[in-house]
Design a protein around this ligand. Sequence first.
Ligand SMILES: Nc1ncnc2c1ncn2[C@@H]1O[C@H](COP(=O)(O)OP(=O)(O)OP(=O)(O)O)[C@@H](O)[C@H]1O
Ligand SMILES: [Mg+2]
Length: 520
Amino acid sequence: MAEVIVSAFVQVLLKKSTSQILRQYGKMWGSTVYRQLKKLESTLSTIQAVLQDAEEKQVKNEALKKWLADLKDAAYDTEDILDEFNYEVLRQRAEIRDRMKRKVWDFFSFRNPIIFRITMMNKIKEIVERLDNIAAERSKFHLTEIGPVDRQYLSTERPETHSFVKESNIIGREEDKKKIVESLISRAGRSDVSVLPILGIGGLGKTTLAQLVYNEITVAEHFQQRIWVCVSENFDIKNIVKTIIESATQRKYELSDMDSLQRTLREVLGGKRFLLVLDDVWNPWEELKELLTAGAEGSCVIVTTRSTTVVSSIIGTLDAYELKPLSDDECWSLFERNAFSKGDAEKSADLIHIGKAIVEKCGGLPLAAKMLGRLMRTKREVREWRSVMESKIWKLNDDKILPSLRLSYNHLPCHVKQCFAYCAIFPKDYEIDKEMLIQLWKANGFIPSDLEEDMELKGQEIFYELLSRSFFQDMIIHKQTFKMHDLIHDLAQSIIGNECHILAKPQSISNTAVRHLSIT
Ligand SMILES: Nc1ncnc2c1ncn2[C@@H]1O[C@H](COP(=O)(O)OP(=O)(O)OP(=O)(O)O)[C@@H](O)[C@H]1O
Ligand SMILES: [Mg+2]
Protein backbone atom coordinates (compact mmCIF):
# COMPACT_ATOMS: atom_id res chain seq x y z
CA MET A 1 0.00 0.00 0.00
CA ALA A 2 1.25 3.49 -0.80
CA GLU A 3 2.08 5.90 1.97
CA VAL A 4 -0.80 7.87 3.41
CA ILE A 5 -0.55 11.58 4.04
CA VAL A 6 -3.41 13.04 5.85
CA SER A 7 -1.97 15.57 8.32
CA ALA A 8 -2.28 18.50 5.94
CA PHE A 9 -5.81 17.51 5.12
CA VAL A 10 -6.82 17.22 8.78
CA GLN A 11 -5.30 20.65 9.37
CA VAL A 12 -7.50 22.09 6.62
CA LEU A 13 -10.55 20.33 8.10
CA LEU A 14 -9.78 21.72 11.53
CA LYS A 15 -9.71 25.16 10.06
CA LYS A 16 -12.98 24.62 8.28
CA SER A 17 -14.68 23.22 11.38
CA THR A 18 -13.60 26.13 13.55
CA SER A 19 -14.54 28.93 11.20
CA GLN A 20 -16.32 31.78 12.96
CA ILE A 21 -19.13 31.87 10.52
CA LEU A 22 -19.85 28.15 10.85
CA ARG A 23 -19.95 28.56 14.64
CA GLN A 24 -22.40 31.40 14.35
CA TYR A 25 -24.73 29.47 12.09
CA GLY A 26 -24.14 26.26 14.07
CA LYS A 27 -25.86 27.93 17.03
CA MET A 28 -28.83 28.78 14.84
CA TRP A 29 -29.14 25.17 13.75
CA GLY A 30 -29.65 24.06 17.35
CA SER A 31 -27.58 22.99 20.32
CA THR A 32 -27.03 19.41 19.12
CA VAL A 33 -25.49 20.51 15.83
CA TYR A 34 -23.41 23.11 17.65
CA ARG A 35 -22.19 20.58 20.23
CA GLN A 36 -21.29 18.07 17.52
CA LEU A 37 -19.32 20.72 15.62
CA LYS A 38 -17.37 21.48 18.81
CA LYS A 39 -16.83 17.75 19.39
CA LEU A 40 -15.61 17.37 15.82
CA GLU A 41 -13.03 20.06 16.43
CA SER A 42 -11.71 18.44 19.57
CA THR A 43 -11.54 14.97 17.98
CA LEU A 44 -9.70 16.35 14.97
CA SER A 45 -7.24 18.16 17.26
CA THR A 46 -6.57 14.96 19.21
CA ILE A 47 -5.87 13.08 16.01
CA GLN A 48 -3.84 15.91 14.50
CA ALA A 49 -1.46 15.88 17.46
CA VAL A 50 -0.09 12.42 16.59
CA LEU A 51 -0.22 12.57 12.82
CA GLN A 52 3.30 13.72 12.12
CA ASP A 53 4.69 10.86 14.12
CA ALA A 54 2.22 8.41 12.56
CA GLU A 55 3.10 9.46 9.03
CA GLU A 56 6.76 8.92 9.69
CA LYS A 57 6.32 5.54 11.33
CA GLN A 58 3.90 4.11 8.77
CA VAL A 59 6.70 3.08 6.41
CA LYS A 60 7.53 0.23 8.77
CA ASN A 61 4.09 -0.50 10.14
CA GLU A 62 1.28 -1.80 7.92
CA ALA A 63 -1.36 -1.60 10.68
CA LEU A 64 -0.54 2.06 11.20
CA LYS A 65 -0.76 2.67 7.48
CA LYS A 66 -4.22 1.08 7.46
CA TRP A 67 -5.23 3.29 10.39
CA LEU A 68 -4.11 6.35 8.44
CA ALA A 69 -5.98 5.17 5.35
CA ASP A 70 -9.21 4.74 7.39
CA LEU A 71 -8.68 8.18 8.81
CA LYS A 72 -8.20 9.65 5.37
CA ASP A 73 -11.42 8.08 4.18
CA ALA A 74 -13.29 9.49 7.15
CA ALA A 75 -11.61 12.85 6.59
CA TYR A 76 -12.94 13.00 3.02
CA ASP A 77 -16.45 12.29 4.30
CA THR A 78 -16.04 14.93 7.01
CA GLU A 79 -15.01 17.41 4.36
CA ASP A 80 -18.15 16.67 2.37
CA ILE A 81 -20.30 17.34 5.44
CA LEU A 82 -18.49 20.56 6.31
CA ASP A 83 -18.85 21.68 2.72
CA GLU A 84 -22.58 21.05 2.94
CA PHE A 85 -22.73 23.23 6.04
CA ASN A 86 -20.68 25.93 4.39
CA TYR A 87 -22.84 25.81 1.32
CA GLU A 88 -25.91 26.26 3.48
CA VAL A 89 -24.29 29.24 5.21
CA LEU A 90 -23.53 30.87 1.88
CA ARG A 91 -26.97 30.08 0.54
CA GLN A 92 -28.72 31.58 3.54
CA ARG A 93 -26.54 34.68 3.48
CA ALA A 94 -27.17 35.22 -0.21
CA GLU A 95 -30.86 34.76 0.30
CA ILE A 96 -30.96 37.27 3.15
CA ARG A 97 -29.03 39.81 1.08
CA ASP A 98 -31.38 39.27 -1.81
CA ARG A 99 -34.43 39.75 0.37
CA MET A 100 -33.01 42.96 1.83
CA LYS A 101 -32.51 44.26 -1.67
CA ARG A 102 -35.97 43.42 -2.77
CA LYS A 103 -37.38 44.26 0.62
CA VAL A 104 -39.78 41.40 0.15
CA TRP A 105 -40.24 38.70 2.73
CA ASP A 106 -40.73 35.44 1.07
CA PHE A 107 -40.86 32.87 3.79
CA PHE A 108 -41.53 29.98 1.47
CA SER A 109 -38.38 30.39 -0.58
CA PHE A 110 -36.19 29.06 2.26
CA ARG A 111 -35.02 25.47 2.05
CA ASN A 112 -36.83 23.72 4.85
CA PRO A 113 -34.57 24.45 7.84
CA ILE A 114 -36.02 21.70 10.00
CA ILE A 115 -35.26 18.98 7.48
CA PHE A 116 -31.79 20.42 6.92
CA ARG A 117 -31.14 20.46 10.67
CA ILE A 118 -32.27 16.85 11.18
CA THR A 119 -30.35 15.50 8.18
CA MET A 120 -27.19 17.32 9.15
CA MET A 121 -27.51 16.39 12.81
CA ASN A 122 -27.50 12.71 11.88
CA LYS A 123 -24.68 13.08 9.42
CA ILE A 124 -22.42 14.95 11.79
CA LYS A 125 -23.18 12.63 14.70
CA GLU A 126 -22.26 9.65 12.60
CA ILE A 127 -18.98 11.11 11.38
CA VAL A 128 -17.95 12.28 14.85
CA GLU A 129 -18.55 8.76 16.17
CA ARG A 130 -16.51 7.31 13.34
CA LEU A 131 -13.64 9.73 13.99
CA ASP A 132 -13.86 9.07 17.73
CA ASN A 133 -13.38 5.37 17.14
CA ILE A 134 -10.39 6.09 14.94
CA ALA A 135 -8.96 8.46 17.56
CA ALA A 136 -9.38 5.80 20.25
CA GLU A 137 -7.37 3.30 18.20
CA ARG A 138 -4.35 5.57 18.10
CA SER A 139 -3.23 4.36 21.53
CA LYS A 140 -2.33 0.99 19.96
CA PHE A 141 0.52 2.61 18.09
CA HIS A 142 2.25 4.48 20.93
CA LEU A 143 2.53 7.67 18.96
CA THR A 144 4.22 10.80 20.19
CA GLU A 145 2.23 13.99 20.27
CA ILE A 146 3.77 16.84 18.32
CA GLY A 147 2.17 20.26 18.33
CA PRO A 148 0.57 21.41 15.08
CA VAL A 149 3.31 23.94 14.48
CA ASP A 150 6.48 21.96 14.77
CA ARG A 151 9.36 24.34 14.21
CA GLN A 152 11.69 21.76 12.77
CA TYR A 153 9.31 21.19 9.87
CA LEU A 154 9.14 24.77 8.79
CA SER A 155 11.75 26.39 6.62
CA THR A 156 13.97 28.64 8.63
CA GLU A 157 14.85 30.43 5.44
CA ARG A 158 12.49 32.21 3.08
CA PRO A 159 12.43 30.20 -0.09
CA GLU A 160 14.58 31.75 -2.75
CA THR A 161 13.06 32.56 -6.09
CA HIS A 162 14.02 30.70 -9.20
CA SER A 163 17.24 32.48 -10.16
CA PHE A 164 19.47 29.91 -8.46
CA VAL A 165 18.09 27.04 -10.49
CA LYS A 166 20.67 27.57 -13.16
CA GLU A 167 22.14 24.62 -14.93
CA SER A 168 25.56 26.21 -14.60
CA ASN A 169 25.62 24.40 -11.27
CA ILE A 170 27.08 21.27 -12.80
CA ILE A 171 29.94 19.71 -10.90
CA GLY A 172 32.59 17.53 -12.57
CA ARG A 173 31.74 15.47 -15.67
CA GLU A 174 34.33 17.31 -17.78
CA GLU A 175 36.23 14.12 -18.52
CA ASP A 176 33.01 12.28 -19.39
CA LYS A 177 31.94 15.06 -21.69
CA LYS A 178 35.31 15.15 -23.42
CA LYS A 179 35.34 11.40 -24.06
CA ILE A 180 31.84 11.38 -25.50
CA VAL A 181 32.43 14.40 -27.72
CA GLU A 182 35.64 12.83 -29.08
CA SER A 183 33.91 9.57 -29.72
CA LEU A 184 31.07 11.26 -31.63
CA ILE A 185 33.37 13.36 -33.74
CA SER A 186 35.61 10.38 -34.55
CA ARG A 187 32.65 8.78 -36.37
CA ALA A 188 32.75 11.48 -39.04
CA GLY A 189 33.57 9.19 -41.99
CA ARG A 190 31.16 6.35 -41.10
CA SER A 191 28.33 5.70 -43.48
CA ASP A 192 26.06 4.01 -40.95
CA VAL A 193 24.41 5.82 -38.04
CA SER A 194 26.46 5.39 -34.84
CA VAL A 195 24.63 4.83 -31.60
CA LEU A 196 26.18 5.70 -28.26
CA PRO A 197 24.26 4.56 -25.18
CA ILE A 198 24.88 6.34 -21.87
CA LEU A 199 24.05 3.83 -19.18
CA GLY A 200 23.51 4.32 -15.45
CA ILE A 201 21.04 4.21 -12.60
CA GLY A 202 18.36 6.84 -12.06
CA GLY A 203 19.53 10.23 -10.82
CA LEU A 204 23.16 9.62 -11.79
CA GLY A 205 23.30 12.44 -14.30
CA LYS A 206 22.85 10.79 -17.72
CA THR A 207 20.45 13.43 -19.01
CA THR A 208 22.67 16.16 -17.61
CA LEU A 209 25.74 14.72 -19.33
CA ALA A 210 23.87 14.34 -22.62
CA GLN A 211 22.81 17.99 -22.33
CA LEU A 212 26.43 19.05 -21.73
CA VAL A 213 27.50 17.18 -24.86
CA TYR A 214 24.57 18.46 -26.91
CA ASN A 215 25.39 22.07 -26.08
CA GLU A 216 29.14 21.77 -26.50
CA ILE A 217 30.31 24.22 -29.13
CA THR A 218 32.35 21.68 -31.14
CA VAL A 219 29.33 19.41 -31.29
CA ALA A 220 27.08 22.22 -32.44
CA GLU A 221 29.55 23.02 -35.20
CA HIS A 222 30.14 19.40 -36.21
CA PHE A 223 26.50 18.40 -36.67
CA GLN A 224 24.26 20.25 -39.09
CA GLN A 225 21.16 19.18 -37.27
CA ARG A 226 20.75 18.50 -33.54
CA ILE A 227 17.53 17.00 -32.23
CA TRP A 228 16.54 16.22 -28.64
CA VAL A 229 13.70 13.83 -27.90
CA CYS A 230 12.54 12.86 -24.45
CA VAL A 231 11.34 9.28 -24.89
CA SER A 232 10.41 8.12 -21.38
CA GLU A 233 8.45 5.00 -20.47
CA ASN A 234 5.76 5.10 -23.13
CA PHE A 235 7.76 4.39 -26.24
CA ASP A 236 5.56 5.22 -29.18
CA ILE A 237 7.34 5.17 -32.51
CA LYS A 238 4.86 7.48 -34.24
CA ASN A 239 5.13 10.09 -31.52
CA ILE A 240 8.89 9.94 -31.55
CA VAL A 241 9.14 10.35 -35.30
CA LYS A 242 6.68 13.22 -35.10
CA THR A 243 8.73 14.89 -32.37
CA ILE A 244 11.92 14.47 -34.39
CA ILE A 245 10.27 16.12 -37.39
CA GLU A 246 8.86 18.95 -35.31
CA SER A 247 12.11 19.52 -33.48
CA ALA A 248 14.11 19.59 -36.72
CA THR A 249 11.72 21.85 -38.62
CA GLN A 250 10.60 23.94 -35.61
CA ARG A 251 7.03 23.58 -36.87
CA LYS A 252 3.98 21.63 -35.76
CA TYR A 253 3.38 18.51 -37.84
CA GLU A 254 -0.20 17.38 -38.28
CA LEU A 255 -0.12 14.09 -40.20
CA SER A 256 0.10 10.94 -38.16
CA ASP A 257 0.03 7.96 -40.50
CA MET A 258 3.29 6.05 -40.47
CA ASP A 259 3.82 6.31 -44.19
CA SER A 260 3.76 10.12 -44.29
CA LEU A 261 5.75 10.32 -41.09
CA GLN A 262 8.50 8.12 -42.45
CA ARG A 263 8.66 10.00 -45.75
CA THR A 264 8.86 13.37 -44.03
CA LEU A 265 11.50 12.08 -41.64
CA ARG A 266 13.68 11.03 -44.58
CA GLU A 267 13.22 14.44 -46.20
CA VAL A 268 14.06 16.27 -42.98
CA LEU A 269 17.19 14.27 -42.25
CA GLY A 270 18.14 13.77 -45.89
CA GLY A 271 21.82 14.48 -46.54
CA LYS A 272 22.44 16.18 -43.20
CA ARG A 273 24.86 15.01 -40.54
CA PHE A 274 22.62 14.85 -37.49
CA LEU A 275 22.93 14.22 -33.79
CA LEU A 276 19.82 12.79 -32.22
CA VAL A 277 19.50 12.41 -28.45
CA LEU A 278 16.91 9.92 -27.31
CA ASP A 279 16.68 10.66 -23.63
CA ASP A 280 15.42 8.10 -21.15
CA VAL A 281 14.78 5.04 -23.30
CA TRP A 282 13.16 2.04 -21.61
CA ASN A 283 12.39 -0.26 -24.51
CA PRO A 284 14.36 -1.66 -27.45
CA TRP A 285 13.92 0.59 -30.50
CA GLU A 286 15.35 -1.17 -33.58
CA GLU A 287 12.32 -0.15 -35.57
CA LEU A 288 13.24 3.50 -35.18
CA LYS A 289 16.89 2.90 -35.99
CA GLU A 290 15.90 1.61 -39.42
CA LEU A 291 14.14 4.88 -40.14
CA LEU A 292 17.21 6.96 -39.34
CA THR A 293 19.36 5.91 -42.27
CA ALA A 294 18.65 9.01 -44.38
CA GLY A 295 21.25 11.22 -42.68
CA ALA A 296 24.71 12.06 -43.99
CA GLU A 297 27.92 10.26 -43.03
CA GLY A 298 28.89 10.55 -39.39
CA SER A 299 25.36 10.94 -38.02
CA CYS A 300 25.03 9.84 -34.40
CA VAL A 301 22.39 8.92 -31.87
CA ILE A 302 22.92 9.22 -28.12
CA VAL A 303 20.60 7.06 -26.07
CA THR A 304 20.39 7.59 -22.32
CA THR A 305 18.99 4.65 -20.44
CA ARG A 306 18.90 2.84 -17.11
CA SER A 307 18.38 -0.47 -18.87
CA THR A 308 21.09 -2.93 -19.88
CA THR A 309 18.47 -4.68 -22.03
CA VAL A 310 18.13 -1.55 -24.11
CA VAL A 311 21.90 -1.39 -24.48
CA SER A 312 22.22 -5.02 -25.54
CA SER A 313 19.46 -4.58 -28.10
CA ILE A 314 21.53 -2.00 -29.96
CA ILE A 315 23.63 -4.01 -32.37
CA GLY A 316 26.89 -3.11 -34.07
CA THR A 317 27.55 0.23 -32.52
CA LEU A 318 29.72 2.08 -30.01
CA ASP A 319 30.32 0.57 -26.59
CA ALA A 320 27.94 1.82 -23.94
CA TYR A 321 29.29 4.65 -21.85
CA GLU A 322 28.81 3.50 -18.29
CA LEU A 323 28.47 6.62 -16.22
CA LYS A 324 30.17 6.49 -12.83
CA PRO A 325 28.93 8.10 -9.61
CA LEU A 326 30.43 11.45 -8.66
CA SER A 327 33.58 11.22 -6.52
CA ASP A 328 33.26 11.99 -2.78
CA ASP A 329 34.81 15.41 -3.33
CA GLU A 330 32.49 16.26 -6.21
CA CYS A 331 29.49 15.03 -4.31
CA TRP A 332 30.52 17.17 -1.34
CA SER A 333 30.96 20.23 -3.57
CA LEU A 334 27.47 19.75 -4.96
CA PHE A 335 25.99 19.29 -1.50
CA GLU A 336 27.95 22.24 -0.11
CA ARG A 337 26.86 24.53 -2.92
CA ASN A 338 23.25 23.71 -2.24
CA ALA A 339 23.39 23.67 1.55
CA PHE A 340 25.23 26.95 2.14
CA SER A 341 25.19 30.36 0.57
CA LYS A 342 28.45 32.09 -0.34
CA GLY A 343 30.25 33.25 2.82
CA ASP A 344 27.69 31.53 5.04
CA ALA A 345 28.70 32.43 8.59
CA GLU A 346 27.06 29.33 9.97
CA LYS A 347 29.24 26.93 8.04
CA SER A 348 30.86 25.64 11.20
CA ALA A 349 33.32 22.76 11.49
CA ASP A 350 30.55 20.72 13.12
CA LEU A 351 28.16 21.21 10.22
CA ILE A 352 30.89 20.38 7.72
CA HIS A 353 31.75 17.22 9.61
CA ILE A 354 28.12 16.03 9.74
CA GLY A 355 27.52 17.20 6.16
CA LYS A 356 30.36 14.98 4.93
CA ALA A 357 28.85 12.01 6.73
CA ILE A 358 25.50 12.74 5.08
CA VAL A 359 27.15 13.05 1.66
CA GLU A 360 28.70 9.61 2.08
CA LYS A 361 25.20 8.21 2.19
CA CYS A 362 24.43 9.67 -1.24
CA GLY A 363 26.54 7.05 -3.03
CA GLY A 364 27.78 9.62 -5.55
CA LEU A 365 24.28 10.32 -6.87
CA PRO A 366 24.04 14.00 -7.82
CA LEU A 367 20.27 14.02 -7.43
CA ALA A 368 20.60 12.82 -3.83
CA ALA A 369 23.39 15.28 -3.00
CA LYS A 370 21.42 18.16 -4.44
CA MET A 371 18.18 17.31 -2.64
CA LEU A 372 19.92 16.78 0.68
CA GLY A 373 21.90 19.99 0.29
CA ARG A 374 18.66 21.86 -0.33
CA LEU A 375 17.10 20.20 2.72
CA MET A 376 19.98 21.09 5.01
CA ARG A 377 19.88 24.68 3.80
CA THR A 378 16.62 25.01 5.74
CA LYS A 379 18.31 23.86 8.95
CA ARG A 380 21.00 25.59 10.92
CA GLU A 381 21.23 23.77 14.23
CA VAL A 382 23.84 21.06 14.70
CA ARG A 383 21.21 18.86 16.36
CA GLU A 384 18.97 19.15 13.27
CA TRP A 385 21.82 18.10 11.00
CA ARG A 386 22.66 15.21 13.29
CA SER A 387 19.04 14.10 13.31
CA VAL A 388 19.02 13.89 9.51
CA MET A 389 22.31 11.99 9.54
CA GLU A 390 20.96 9.50 12.06
CA SER A 391 17.49 9.16 10.57
CA LYS A 392 16.08 5.63 10.44
CA ILE A 393 15.02 6.30 6.88
CA TRP A 394 18.55 5.58 5.67
CA LYS A 395 18.09 1.97 6.74
CA LEU A 396 14.77 1.39 4.99
CA ASN A 397 14.90 -1.33 2.39
CA ASP A 398 12.79 0.31 -0.24
CA ASP A 399 14.43 -0.15 -3.58
CA LYS A 400 11.93 2.07 -5.37
CA ILE A 401 12.42 5.34 -3.55
CA LEU A 402 15.84 6.73 -2.64
CA PRO A 403 16.12 7.38 1.13
CA SER A 404 17.54 10.84 0.42
CA LEU A 405 14.39 11.80 -1.46
CA ARG A 406 12.09 10.34 1.16
CA LEU A 407 13.96 12.24 3.86
CA SER A 408 13.62 15.51 1.98
CA TYR A 409 9.92 14.85 1.60
CA ASN A 410 9.46 14.00 5.28
CA HIS A 411 10.90 17.35 6.25
CA LEU A 412 8.45 19.38 4.20
CA PRO A 413 5.81 21.37 6.08
CA CYS A 414 2.65 19.27 6.05
CA HIS A 415 0.52 21.38 3.71
CA VAL A 416 3.44 21.46 1.26
CA LYS A 417 3.57 17.65 1.40
CA GLN A 418 0.04 17.42 0.17
CA CYS A 419 0.62 19.91 -2.64
CA PHE A 420 3.69 17.98 -3.72
CA ALA A 421 2.08 14.54 -3.68
CA TYR A 422 -0.78 15.86 -5.78
CA CYS A 423 1.69 16.51 -8.63
CA ALA A 424 1.60 12.76 -9.36
CA ILE A 425 -1.53 13.67 -11.34
CA PHE A 426 0.73 14.88 -14.18
CA PRO A 427 2.36 12.33 -16.48
CA LYS A 428 6.11 11.84 -16.20
CA ASP A 429 8.24 14.43 -18.01
CA TYR A 430 5.21 16.66 -18.39
CA GLU A 431 5.90 20.38 -18.67
CA ILE A 432 3.74 21.67 -15.84
CA ASP A 433 2.29 25.14 -15.93
CA LYS A 434 2.97 26.87 -12.62
CA GLU A 435 -0.16 29.01 -12.55
CA MET A 436 -2.38 26.07 -13.46
CA LEU A 437 -0.86 24.02 -10.66
CA ILE A 438 -1.48 26.76 -8.08
CA GLN A 439 -5.10 27.02 -9.25
CA LEU A 440 -5.48 23.26 -8.86
CA TRP A 441 -4.06 23.41 -5.33
CA LYS A 442 -6.49 26.19 -4.52
CA ALA A 443 -9.46 24.35 -5.97
CA ASN A 444 -8.60 21.24 -3.98
CA GLY A 445 -8.39 23.18 -0.74
CA PHE A 446 -4.72 22.32 -0.20
CA ILE A 447 -3.72 25.88 0.67
CA PRO A 448 -4.51 26.70 4.26
CA SER A 449 -6.15 30.09 3.92
CA ASP A 450 -9.63 31.53 3.56
CA LEU A 451 -8.80 34.76 1.78
CA GLU A 452 -8.38 34.68 -1.97
CA GLU A 453 -5.43 37.06 -2.04
CA ASP A 454 -3.66 35.34 0.79
CA MET A 455 -4.28 31.98 -0.84
CA GLU A 456 -2.64 33.18 -4.05
CA LEU A 457 0.40 34.37 -2.12
CA LYS A 458 0.65 31.15 -0.13
CA GLY A 459 0.28 29.13 -3.35
CA GLN A 460 3.27 30.99 -4.81
CA GLU A 461 5.23 30.40 -1.61
CA ILE A 462 4.53 26.68 -1.66
CA PHE A 463 5.61 26.56 -5.29
CA TYR A 464 8.92 28.28 -4.57
CA GLU A 465 9.47 26.16 -1.48
CA LEU A 466 9.23 23.04 -3.66
CA LEU A 467 11.38 24.58 -6.37
CA SER A 468 14.05 25.71 -3.95
CA ARG A 469 14.16 22.26 -2.41
CA SER A 470 14.64 20.73 -5.89
CA PHE A 471 11.35 18.84 -5.95
CA PHE A 472 10.72 20.85 -9.10
CA GLN A 473 13.34 21.54 -11.73
CA ASP A 474 13.92 22.79 -15.28
CA MET A 475 11.97 25.98 -14.68
CA ILE A 476 11.48 27.90 -17.93
CA ILE A 477 11.10 31.47 -16.77
CA HIS A 478 9.42 33.00 -19.82
CA LYS A 479 6.84 30.21 -20.00
CA GLN A 480 6.51 29.79 -16.22
CA THR A 481 6.64 26.03 -16.61
CA PHE A 482 8.74 23.38 -14.89
CA LYS A 483 9.22 19.63 -14.67
CA MET A 484 9.67 16.99 -12.00
CA HIS A 485 12.54 14.53 -12.14
CA ASP A 486 11.45 10.96 -12.87
CA LEU A 487 12.47 9.73 -9.44
CA ILE A 488 10.71 12.64 -7.75
CA HIS A 489 7.58 11.73 -9.70
CA ASP A 490 7.96 8.15 -8.44
CA LEU A 491 8.16 9.57 -4.91
CA ALA A 492 4.96 11.61 -5.37
CA GLN A 493 3.26 8.57 -6.87
CA SER A 494 4.33 6.34 -4.00
CA ILE A 495 2.85 8.80 -1.54
CA ILE A 496 -0.43 9.51 -3.23
CA GLY A 497 -0.93 5.85 -4.26
CA ASN A 498 -4.25 5.13 -5.90
CA GLU A 499 -5.73 8.52 -5.24
CA CYS A 500 -4.33 10.03 -8.43
CA HIS A 501 -4.99 8.32 -11.70
CA ILE A 502 -3.81 9.21 -15.18
CA LEU A 503 -6.13 8.08 -17.92
CA ALA A 504 -4.12 7.66 -21.12
CA LYS A 505 -6.85 6.18 -23.31
CA PRO A 506 -10.59 5.62 -22.96
CA GLN A 507 -10.97 2.99 -20.27
CA SER A 508 -13.04 2.46 -17.18
CA ILE A 509 -11.56 2.90 -13.72
CA SER A 510 -12.08 -0.04 -11.43
CA ASN A 511 -10.26 1.46 -8.48
CA THR A 512 -12.62 3.19 -6.08
CA ALA A 513 -9.83 4.98 -4.20
CA VAL A 514 -9.29 7.44 -7.08
CA ARG A 515 -9.89 11.03 -5.95
CA HIS A 516 -8.01 12.95 -8.64
CA LEU A 517 -8.06 12.10 -12.33
CA SER A 518 -6.10 13.50 -15.26
CA ILE A 519 -6.76 12.62 -18.88
CA THR A 520 -3.85 12.79 -21.30
N1 LIG B 1 27.27 16.74 -12.32
C1 LIG B 1 26.21 17.30 -11.78
N2 LIG B 1 26.31 18.44 -11.06
C2 LIG B 1 25.22 18.99 -10.53
N3 LIG B 1 23.99 18.52 -10.63
C3 LIG B 1 23.82 17.39 -11.32
C4 LIG B 1 24.91 16.72 -11.94
N4 LIG B 1 24.45 15.63 -12.57
C5 LIG B 1 23.13 15.61 -12.36
N5 LIG B 1 22.75 16.67 -11.62
C6 LIG B 1 21.39 16.96 -11.17
O1 LIG B 1 20.89 15.75 -10.60
C7 LIG B 1 19.58 15.48 -11.05
C8 LIG B 1 19.54 14.14 -11.75
O2 LIG B 1 20.28 14.21 -12.95
P1 LIG B 1 19.76 13.59 -14.33
O3 LIG B 1 18.36 13.97 -14.56
O4 LIG B 1 20.75 13.97 -15.36
O5 LIG B 1 19.84 12.04 -13.98
P2 LIG B 1 19.53 10.81 -14.91
O6 LIG B 1 20.68 9.86 -14.78
O7 LIG B 1 19.18 11.28 -16.28
O8 LIG B 1 18.25 10.18 -14.20
P3 LIG B 1 17.09 9.29 -14.85
O9 LIG B 1 17.64 7.92 -15.08
O10 LIG B 1 16.03 9.27 -13.80
O11 LIG B 1 16.65 9.96 -16.11
C9 LIG B 1 19.16 16.65 -11.91
O12 LIG B 1 18.41 17.53 -11.13
C10 LIG B 1 20.47 17.29 -12.32
O13 LIG B 1 20.34 18.68 -12.48
MG1 LIG C 1 17.42 11.23 -17.36
